[in-house]
Design a protein around this ligand. Structure first.
Ligand SMILES: NC(=O)c1ccc[n+]([C@@H]2O[C@H](COP(=O)([O-])OP(=O)(O)OC[C@H]3O[C@@H](n4cnc5c(N)ncnc54)[C@H](O)[C@@H]3O)[C@@H](O)[C@H]2O)c1
Ligand SMILES: O=P(O)(O)OC[C@H](O)CO
Length: 337
């Protein structure tokens, strides 16, 4: 059954997700935060600020206010970067249709609180409890917008909620798997961005492909270690939202996190790279992840080094040396009792 879907706000990822939704016959309304972007959209049917060169299908409309975008919405997608998610929740609260299903597509941890994105949403919008799902997986927006084949995961506490989103998105170019481990799916999507910065740094230094594979694999181990300590199922990290997204982000040159790392590893200034790249979620997430890991007593050596390079002036070469010089250990996801 065709539904009304609001994407509030629509950045690169939210705009790309309008494509499979509209192609499934849903009426999609984007909230574009700058009114001039709405004018451009109405003239060109593109959102060039966030997703240049991707014409959107009939059935997608753009609006300058959340109120208009949310009018009679059955399904609501929160598409903000993590730094704006709280403000987004506050901006939509008064206009959220009662009973609408809500989906988080944001990958990150809040630096000050260490909360996952679904926890931030429930903090601001407790009334959506039971109606909230999260989407995460190995998905570059530009490829989804170009209708290249992809797979992703929707997780929710209530299987009927996950199934409703699966039904809304699933089509010949996008496979959607449901999951019940919201915690594991969100942590995989958030923490892989920090490891991708680390792999980019290593590649930028010219450390080689052996180093890249080692960082990805040991990165998965430390993500899994923290995830399990926090209550996630270990097998979630073997799935699309875990190793799938980690591999994509660490190896795909479309990744902004990987590209930030590459720039740092080559000796370029992180600030300049960040200005060009825009949203790089691994940066705020590195702060939260390091504090969270220390709180629960879990070792995350790669995340620690990325954090030190980003925030403590450690050089990429020093970081790599410190990782290679760690005490001998066995290969495991050992979680202290
Ligand atoms: N782009 C991708 O390929 C992709 C794929 C999967 C997941 N994601 C995730 O989707 C999320 C959004 O990424 P994106 O690529 O769409 O980023 P983007 O930079 O293109 O868009 C970010 C959106 O957040 C809004 N925003 C930023 N600061 C805000 C604030 N303070 N208050 C309210 N809104 C604010 C912007 O207006 C914009 O609409 C990220 O968490 C990212 O990890 C992105
Ligand atoms: O461009 P990035 O690094 O934010 O990665 C985008 C997606 O998260 C990949 O799944």
């Amino acid at each position: 059954m065709p539904m009304r879907v609001a994407i509030v706000p629509a950045g690169q990822w939210g705009t790309a997700l309008a494509v499979p939704l509209a192609e499934n016959g849903h009426a999609v309304r984007l909230w574009l935060r700058r009114p001039e972007d709405v004018d451009v959209f109405r003239r060109t049917r593109t959102n060039p600020r966030h997703l240049p060169g991707a014409p959107l299908p009939d059935g997608v409309e753009a609006f300058p206010t959340p109120e208009e975008a949310l009018d009679h919405a059955d399904l609501v997608i929160l598409g903000s970067a993590s730094r704006g998610l709280r403000d987004t929740c506050r901006a939509i609260r008064a206009h959220l249709p009662p009973g609408a299903l809500v989906l988080s597509i944001t990958k990150g941890l809040e630096p000050e609180t260490h909360l996952r994105m679904s926890q931030v949403i429930l903090d601001e919008l407790p009334e959506v409890e039971g109606r909230l799902a999260v989407l995460s997986g190995p998905n570059f927006a530009v490829e989804v917008a170009r209708r290249l084949p992809a797979a992703t995961v929707v997780a929710a506490g209530d299987p009927a909620v996950a199934a409703a989103w699966q039904h809304a998105f699933m089509g010949p170019r996008l496979r959607v798997y449901t999951h019940d481990d919201v915690l594991g799916v969100e942590l995989g999507g958030a923490l892989k961005n920090v490891i991708a910065i680390g792999v980019g740094i290593s590649d930028g230094l010219g450390a080689g492909e052996n180093a890249r594979a080692a960082l990805i694999t040991r990165g998965m181990a430390e993500i899994g270690r923290l995830g399990v300590a926090l209550g996630a199922s270990p097998l979630t990290f073997a799935g699309l939202s875990g190793v799938g997204d980690l591999v994509l982000t660490c190896t795909g040159d479309l990744s902004r996190n990987r590209r930030l790392g590459l720039a740092i590893g080559r000796g370029e200034a992180a600030e300049a790279a960040l200005r060009t790249l825009g949203t790089v979620e691994g940066v705020p997430t590195a702060r939260a992840a390091v504090q969270l890991a220390r709180e629960v007593g879990v070792e995350m050596p790669i995340t620690e080094r990325v954090h030190a390079v980003l925030f403590e002036g450690e050089s990429p070469a020093e970081g790599l040396e410190l990782l290679m010089g760690r005490d001998r250990t066995k290969e495991s996801w050992h979680v202290p009792a």
